[in-house]
Design a protein around this ligand. Structure first.
Ligand code: FE2
Length: 354
């Protein structure tokens, strides 16, 4: 798999924070005591580092991490999973979206997490590894994450699960609550609630593979977060409580951008870098009793649970397992430093709210 670019540039991060905290340009420039023209230049993509440092302090961002992002000095290194895990990256207009496959190597039971926009490569792995998909788990129901759901259901016949605040309008689709468990042989998958980007945004915490794994949809990207125009503060609190309390060696599989690790994000994510985080807690995950205040806040503001319409109707296909051979599983994105390849690891594109 080619190197996946970091999802957001420094100016995307500034724009997301500003929008999420509801601060106007004039107000931000006044608070940071900068020339409005310099703010406009930064937002247009000009890396004015002293200006960035001033802005960061007023946007609840880490100045150091924001400068590292602007200088394109850090790209995450995620360890390779020898078995039981594959990542897929499919195109969606001018960006790409990630989805994942997790399986127990002994029982061959598998779960698909999100669908991306195309399942061709995923179905190749199902065939070559002779896997049986027992569940399709949805982190959140934004269209890019469920675009290929009809074709995946037709190919596997597997049951679809989404959070109870984001039900999917499909016969037989089921919903899960916070802190529920799915099991695939010796693999356990826990549903950690990380709402904010969407009302039911869920992180699937996977234990039993070579490394602890958090498949977090758009709760968290490497060096950024998914856009949240009205619930950013809740999203940050929930993500901090539920994901940043996981073991430090946890691999993070975001909905967009490269695989990363919790250790990398603690250091390089402007929303969560050391000066934005409490000391490392000594335990794994958070218990239901530790629901942060922001959870209630997010729930109160969450839209009523209306079934999400699919982009196209599911085809009436028979559930099936294919038994093709010899296609190696997709590997997680290769880690790399910026260096020569680094230019391709950072991209310039229009700002958006993924
Ligand atoms: Fe999303």
């Amino acid at each position: 798999m080619p190197l996946i670019p970091i999802e957001d540039n420094f100016n995307d991060v500034v724009a997301k924070a500003q929008r999420g905290y509801g601060i106007s340009d004039a107000d931000l420039a006044a608070r940071a005591e900068i020339d409005p023209a310099d703010l406009a230049a930064v937002k247009a993509g000009q890396p004015l580092l002293p200006v960035l440092r001033r802005l960061a302090r007023h946007l609840k961002l880490s100045p150091d991490a924001l400068v590292v992002l602007a200088k394109k000095e850090a790209y995450p290194r995620a360890p390779i999973f020898p078995r039981g895990f594959a990542m897929f990256n499919t195109p969606d207009d001018d960006i790409t979206v990630n989805n994942y496959l997790v399986w127990d190597p002994k029982t061959r039971e598998a779960a698909v997490i999100d669908t991306g926009t195309d399942t061709t490569d995923l179905r190749d792995v199902l065939a070559s590894q002779q896997l049986r998909v027992v569940a399709i788990l949805i982190t959140h129901t934004h269209s890019d994450h469920i675009a290929a759901l009809p074709e995946l259901i037709a190919a596997t016949g597997a049951q679809v699960w989404s959070h109870e605040r984001e039900p999917i309008a499909l016969p037989g689709a089921r919903t899960f609550a916070d802190n529920a468990y799915f099991h695939l042989g010796n693999i356990a998958i826990k549903t950690l609630p990380t709402p904010g980007h969407s009302p039911g945004q869920t992180t699937f915490y996977v234990q039993g593979l070579s490394w602890p794994l958090a498949l977090c949809g758009d709760s968290l990207f490497s060096a950024s977060v998914g856009g949240s125009p009205t619930q950013l503060a809740a999203q940050i609190k929930n993500t901090r409580a539920r994901i940043f309390s996981l073991p430090k060696d946890t691999v993070i599989g975001p909905g967009h951008g490269p695989l990363t690790t919790l250790a990398h994000e603690r250091r390089y994510n402007p929303f969560f870098a050391p000066d934005r985080l409490p000391p490392l807690p000594g335990k794994v995950g958070a218990s239901p009793a530790e629901t942060p205040a922001s959870q209630a806040e997010a729930d109160a503001n969450a839209a009523p649970a209306r079934p999400v319409a699919l982009p196209k109707p599911a085809r009436a296909g028979k559930a099936g397992r294919t038994n093709g051979k010899a296609t190696p599983p997709a590997k997680p994105s290769k880690s790399a430093k910026p260096g020569r390849d680094g230019a391709r690891a950072f991209k310039s594109r229009r700002n958006r709210s993924a």
